[in-house]
Ligand binder design. Structure first.
Ligand code: HEM
Length: 223
């Protein structure tokens, strides 16, 4: 049993992280022109807009929620007067809102690829795995929010911090309910798959575009 915990909650995450890092480097070197979101906007716009906007807002806020809520230890929240109860309440309501958005958005994106013939024709197996993977990971996360009601602050959260700081402790996952375990296992697997999919576009978000200087266009002066 200990060996299984060690394999699933220590070895597996590091294998996935290694594939994630090396895979992105490899993809960048070997397929630089394929490094994009492969937008299908020119084939179909209407349903893309709703699905994509809802999905992207939901998933990006979910990402920041996970980073803030799990990577920052509870003692830091305690210092600022937010006890575990308050922390869990904020996590519940915000997780519910952004989780529903990400899940509904992913289903809308998946649906349009199933029912629009022009999109079905260009949808690859890789696209189906990506959207299905996202739907499974987000679906399990949302299931945990709605039905789990499990306090992750003293088990799952320190476990993930241990992975990030190279001090893993698989034993912390022992008391964690199965649906939470499945959520993190599916998330690690998706992380390992992502360098080989269109998800690479995440790392090319045009953030600097927001801060770039204005481009001034002037009329040619009348001669
Ligand atoms: C970091 C900021 C991000 C930017 C600027 C961005 C931008 C884009 C753009 C321009 C597209 C193509 C057009 C469209 O489908 O809307 C796209 C598609 C997509 N993005 Fe993102 N994205 C970001 C983050 C993410 C994240 C965090 C995920 C998931 C973890 C994600 C998953 C997807 C998927 C699955 C598609 C394909 C949708 C489809 O055509 O079926 N994106 N993204």
């Amino acid at each position: 049993m200990d060996l299984w915990y060690m394999l699933i909650f220590t070895v597996f995450p590091y294998v996935c992280l290694t594939i994630f890092v090396v895979g992105h480097g490899y993809r960048y070197v070997t397929d630089r022109f394929g490094w994009n979101a492969r937008s299908s906007e020119f084939l179909e716009k209407e349903s893309l807009f709703a699905g994509s906007v809802i999905f992207h807002w939901g998933i990006i806020l979910t990402f920041f929620g996970h980073a803030g809520g799990l990577l920052i230890p509870q003692r830091v929240f305690d210092f600022f007067g937010i006890d575990a109860r308050g922390h869990m309440a904020v996590a519940y309501w915000s997780g519910l809102a952004v989780g529903i958005a990400a899940f509904v958005g992913a289903l809308l994106l998946w649906r349009r690829r199933l029912i629009q013939p022009r999109l079905t024709a260009v949808t690859t197996r890789n696209d189906r795995i990506t959207l299905a993977g996202l739907a499974v990971v987000i679906g399990l996360g949302l299931f945990n929010v709605v039905f789990g009601h499990y306090n992750v602050l003293y088990t799952l959260a320190p476990w993930i911090r241990g992975i990030v700081t190279f001090t893993p402790d698989a034993g912390l996952m022992r008391a964690v309910p199965l649906s939470y375990k499945l959520h993190v296992i599916a998330a690690w697997a998706l992380l390992a798959f992502s360098p080989f999919s269109r998800l690479v576009h995440i790392w090319s978000a045009p953030i600097f575009y927001l801060f770039r200087p204005y481009i001034l266009s002037r009329r040619r002066a009348a001669l």
